[in-house]
Write a protein that binds this ligand. Structure first.
Ligand code: NAP
Length: 292
């Protein structure tokens, strides 16, 4: 297959580039070559490449920037995906678009997970924009996969693990308070790329959830990372109400119901993947933390 990957320099896009390059012809234009917010650029690129699949890994993911910059969040998270979806319809190819758990309000009692057909009710500007992006894709492309995930980590881009290690490796870090009433399933970007490949190979269509199996609180996640890396640092549990997010206790558990039903679920237990990831990248993480 010919696959056009947008956002291939990002956390998930980089992993997709690596995984898909093994069996497919991939095209990974940088942002300057293909800015997805520009319709003409999108059309020219598709005309040139004629891909079988557009895999959209672009996103404005910084929650604070999304709250402050309404123009940018609309352009990147909604208009960009709409352009790609319309182009996919025009050129007769499939589009894979990545969405997130923030399209739900996170108020389900623990440990009840969200299913693919639960009613969305986003609280944040980021979540609202991602919900709109889903609608833009559904309304404009007859052949789409929307994949919702959460708490993604990887060796490229910014993520919670990198911030945690950077903080912990300071000389005398101040106590870090981490919520023990915010729940999710830490998901390795590499595993998500494998999941996307499995859906594409098996003719997946529609909306899917894709997070690691099992769950933990953010505090348990942080402790687990530090323990596995053998780093001692002053970390304390707190309530999410004490942090800047201010959206209250949150449950963002996503059940991978559809991929499981179709026999397409490639996800594994979150701790097993975290072990693999840290085993592979501990040195790089610590080196990178030392540079900042
Ligand atoms: N991070 C998570 O935990 C998480 C969870 C669930 C879902 N998601 C979704 O997964 C997707 C990928 O997230 P990520 O964390 O991998 O993102 P990321 O690391 O921030 O990467 C974003 C990518 O988008 C590119 N980009 C930004 N604006 C662009 C534009 N106008 N045109 C073309 N490229 C543009 C960036 O290029 P430059 O580097 O050149 O700016 C970068 O390659 C997003 O849709 C996100 O909403 C993420």
């Amino acid at each position: 297959m010919k696959i056009l990957i947008t956002g291939s320099s990002g956390m998930l896009g980089s992993e997709c580039k690596t995984v898909f390059s093994q069996d497919h012809e991939v095209f990974c234009p940088d942002r300057e070559t293909l800015d997805i917010t520009g319709w003409d650029m999108v059309i020219e690129m598709l005309d040139d490449i004629a891909p079988d699949v557009i895999l959209n890994c672009v996103g404005l993911t910084d929650m604070e920037t999304c709250e402050k910059d309404e123009f940018a969040v609309r352009k990147i998270n909604v208009e960009g995906p709409r352009n790609l979806a319309q182009a996919s319809a025009r050129f007769g190819c499939q589009i894979v678009h990545i969405s997130c758990g923030e399209i739900f309000d996170g108020h389900k009692p623990m440990p009840q997970p969200y299913f693919e057909d639960d009613t969305p009710s986003p609280l944040s500007a980021y979540g609202k924009s991602k919900l709109e992006s889903e609608t833009a894709v559904r309304e404009n492309s007859p052949n789409y996969i929307i994949l919702r995930s959460h708490w993604i980590y990887g060796i490229h881009g910014h993520n919670f693990i990198k911030s945690l290690v950077r903080w912990a490796r300071q000389k005398n870090p101040e106590v870090m308070k981490v919520p023990d009433d915010e729940y999710g399933s830490p998901t390795w970007a590499h595993r998500l790329a494998v999941q996307i490949q499995s859906l594409l190979t098996n003719q997946g269509r529609g909306t899917y959830h894709a997070t690691a199996n099992g769950y933990c609180s953010r505090f348990e996640y942080a402790v687990s990372v530090l323990d596995k890396l053998g780093i001692k640092a002053p970390i304390e549990a707190c309530s999410i109400k004490e942090t800047d997010d201010g959206f209250g206790p949150v449950n963002y558990l996503l059940e991978n119901r559809y991929s499981r039903k179709q026999g397409n679920d490639a996800m594994v237990d979150w701790e097993a993947d975290l072990d693999k990831f840290l085993h592979k990248h501990a040195e790089d993480l610590i080196k990178e933390a030392g540079k900042s």
